[in-house]
Design a protein around this ligand. Structure first.
Ligand code: GDP
Ligand code: MG
Length: 726
């Protein structure tokens, strides 16, 4: 039984994978020879597949069908003269635009053409996406994706080729490149010229022949002369007229104009069907940037994000914070019940657990804050923030780049100060180092959380945000001041990199968040533990205090007084009197503890400092707490925990203790302002020394911060009192 035979030619650019696909199809049944008369290799193979005898020809690789090289002539002649049943154009999908010139020309021949989008794997890894359906529709051709070297899609390609060969689609006239009006005009005039002279026999299809003649294709002209004789000469003459006409119109040879127009057609197709994912990402980023870095709305959005970050940190963090707080309390109470009274127990419960415990509860808040910062960094928003700030930074005479260390300062001043290394100019660097500590670091957050939570409960998030914002403003003011005095100089021009936005990976967010939170935990185990012990020691000693009153005697006499009254009272009164007695005893106990604290070493230090802080509305306990903050800002809260709680037996939380102390919302605000600005922690000071390499600048930084803190807190407290805020 003889099979139907079909001829399939493989055309395509060099290196598009033709030979690979040819080998895949034909296997060992290949005949390798030369094309007649030339030394170009000709590969042929015959296989039986799907009930057909398929003759496959591997055409030489070419970029076009314009007869400039031997390969091009061979390929074109084969396609036009041998009229294969199907031409498969093997297209390198990772180089679609370059491949489409040949494809367009093949299509103009009116042969049955099929596209194999080969190298689909490379295209994919390069993020190139081709809308094959659209391409197929636009070019009016079937398309199959293939991966030649993996033999993928080859069967589908052959099936499609057979299907196409068997179909009776008439593509003539449909699949044309539309040329510009003048050229199309000439084409149709020449066509009617040819049709009028009936009996002219052309070697190729009419439109294609006219186009080639207009392009002054020598081979086609010869063929026409050969085939159509004198009439051929007439046609050539007529064509010549039109060529001159067109050359006059376009001021260029018509072959050049037509090539240009073909490229225009290709460019249009590419625009429709090709998207590279990188380009897409850049486009998306550009669109997002239209909003986020917009001159007018970009900045409010930035402020909103930062505000949202603090809201989230505070409101979401409250829940795990309460759980941790409960656990710490429970632990402390359990230990209290288990251990016999001793100095060691006091150290453990009131020193270590009170100190470290009051900090560990902030771990959730810190985690959330660092998570938000990681989110900003990983999405690419951080550099937009720097870009937005660029304008504001220029007011100080710094550029947006300096804002990155400042943003990092929200996390921790140590890496922030280190990040100034990226700045080229020495003066820029010092200036940035001087203002970075005003970016409120995460260690200060617990202080704000405690104080706002107690004194501003409902508006806590907003107050914290304002504190942070005040830090930014003062940084700007400071920068401007120093730029125009101590650190004069012009800011160097630079380019702000805006990497494309990315959807952050959860894993990397967690890693970034954890890396930074680890520092917090390490600090807790080290500096804070030691600090807490030192503070406890200073407040627990000296042990033998000369009290101003004989508390024991007073307590006894109070008890005796009430007990005699209770003995004569009846039911309800008795209960009432008992309560009064207990309250009086508790009051005496508190008074004793307070006196003990006041007379401890810590108390003495605090009392010495108290006059300095009194104008800020901060009492001696607050003063001590602030002093201990030099070790690490987190300690401020634990010191407050130790001092206020010890002084107020009636309260089991710092909240109750603070509420029953002299502190008011206004003095809390003043204290927070002081905390925001005053001298950075030990680690930061060490880093500043290291990065500036100057003892003078380090000292200057400390002095400046602390003076500014005092003045600012003074203004807040005294100003607030004047306007009647309390
Ligand atoms: P020709 O010049 O068109 O005959 O191309 P070849 O068949 O010689 O292929 C050129 C190179 O591309 C060879 O190294 C092939 O292994 C490789 N190649 C062919 N098809 C694919 C494909 O789909 N994916 C990848 N990654 N490589 C391919
Ligand atoms: Mg080859």
């Amino acid at each position: 039984m003889s099979q139907k035979s079909l001829t399939i030619a493989l055309a395509g650019n060099p290196n598009s994978g033709k030979t690979t696909i040819f080998n895949n199809i034909t296997g060992t049944r290949q005949k390798v020879g030369n094309w007649p008369g030339v030394t170009v290799e000709k590969k042929e193979g015959i296989v039986s597949k799907y009930g057909y005898e398929l003759k496959i020809i591997d055409l030489p690789g070419t970029y076009s069908l314009t007869p400039f090289s031997v390969e091009e002539i061979i390929a074109r002649d084969f396609v036009l003269d041998e009229c294969p049943d199907v031409v498969i154009d093997i297209i390198d999908a990772s180089n679609l635009e370059r491949s489409l010139y040949l494809a367009t020309q093949l299509r103009e021949t009116d042969c049955k053409v099929l596209f194999a989008l080969n190298m689909a794997d490379i295209a994919r890894t390069r993020g190139i996406k081709i809308d094959a359906d659209k391409l197929s529709e636009l070019l009016d051709l079937p398309i199959v994706f293939t991966i030649g070297n993996k033999n993928e899609g080859i069967d589908a390609l052959l099936k499609k080729a057979i299907e196409l060969a068997e179909s009776d689609v008439d593509t003539s006239g449909r699949r044309k490149v539309k040329y510009s009006k003048d050229i199309e005009n000439s084409i149709s005039k020449l066509r009617s010229f040819i049709e009028k002279n009936s009996g002219i026999s052309l070697p190729y299809k009419t439109r294609w022949t006219i186009i080639k003649l207009l392009e002054n294709d020598k081979l086609v002209r010869e063929r026409v002369l050969q085939k159509a004789g004198d009439q051929g000469r007439n046609i050539i003459q007529e064509v010549q007229l039109h060529r001159e006409l067109l050359a006059d119109r376009f001021n260029d040879d018509s072959e050049i104009v037509m090539t240009d127009e073909r490229y225009g057609f290709i460019a249009g197709i590419i625009k429709e069907v090709l998207t590279t994912i990188t380009k897409q990402r850049i486009d998306i980023s550009r669109n997002i940037d239209l909003v986020l870095t917009n001159r007018f709305i970009g900045f409010p959005i930035f402020i909103f994000f930062i505000w949202a970050m603090f809201q989230l940190t505070f409101s979401l963090g409250v829940y795990p914070m309460e759980w941790l707080d409960t656990s710490v309390n429970w632990f402390s109470i359990s230990l209290d019940g288990l251990l016999p009274d001793s100095l060691f127990k006091d150290l453990l419960i009131n020193g270590v657990i009170a100190g470290v415990g009051s900090i560990i509860v902030f771990l959730p808040n810190i985690l959330i804050l660092f998570f938000c910062i990681a989110l900003f960094e990983d999405t690419g928003y951080m550099s937009r923030a720097a870009f937005l700030m660029d304008r504001i930074m220029h007011l100080i005479g710094l550029h947006g780049k300096s804002f990155i260390p400042m943003l990092m300062g929200f996390g921790c001043s140590v890496p922030a100060v280190m990040a100034t290394r990226t700045l080229e100019s020495e003066k820029d660097r010092i200036l940035t180092i001087l203002i970075t500590p005003f970016m409120s670091c995460s260690a200060k957050l617990p202080i704000y959380i405690v104080l706002t939570g107690i004194f501003f409960s409902a508006k806590a998030g907003t107050v914290i945000f304002c504190i942070y914002f005040a830090g930014i403003i003062l940084a700007i003011v400071t920068g401007r001041l120093f730029r125009s005095t101590l650190l004069r100089g012009a800011d160097a021009p630079f380019v702000m990199e805006l990497p494309p936005y990315r959807v952050p990976m959860v894993k990397s967010l967690i890693i970034h968040m954890w890396d930074r939170s680890k520092m917090f935990l390490k600090k807790m185990g080290g500096v804070i533990l030691i600090g807490s012990v030192v503070i406890w020691t200073l407040s627990a000693f000296p042990q033998n205090i000369q009290y101003s009153r004989d508390y024991l005697a007073e307590t006894n006499s109070v008890i005796a007084l009430y007990d005699t009254k209770i003995a004569t009272a009846n039911g309800l009164d008795m209960q009432h009197l008992e309560n009064k007695r207990d309250a009086a005893v508790a009051q005496l106990e508190t008074a004793q503890k307070t006196e003990k604290m006041e007379k401890s070493y810590m108390g003495r230090i605090g009392k010495t400092l108290a006059p300095v802080f009194a104008p800020l509305g901060i009492d001696w306990r607050g003063s001590v707490a602030l002093l201990t903050g030099f070790v690490a800002k987190e300690i401020v809260v634990s010191t407050m925990g130790i001092l206020y709680l010890a002084g107020d037996e009636g309260s089991d939380t710092l909240k109750d203790a603070l509420l029953s102390s002299d502190m008011t919302p206004l003095s809390a605000l003043a204290m927070m302002v002081f905390v925001l600005l005053y001298l950075p922690c030990l680690a930061t000071v060490a880093t500043i020394k290291q990065e500036t390499g100057s003892f003078k600048w380090t000292l200057f930084s400390i002095t400046y911060c602390t003076s500014l803190a005092w003045v600012a807190a003074f203004c807040v407290y005294q100003g607030g009192k004047i306007i009647g805020f309390s």
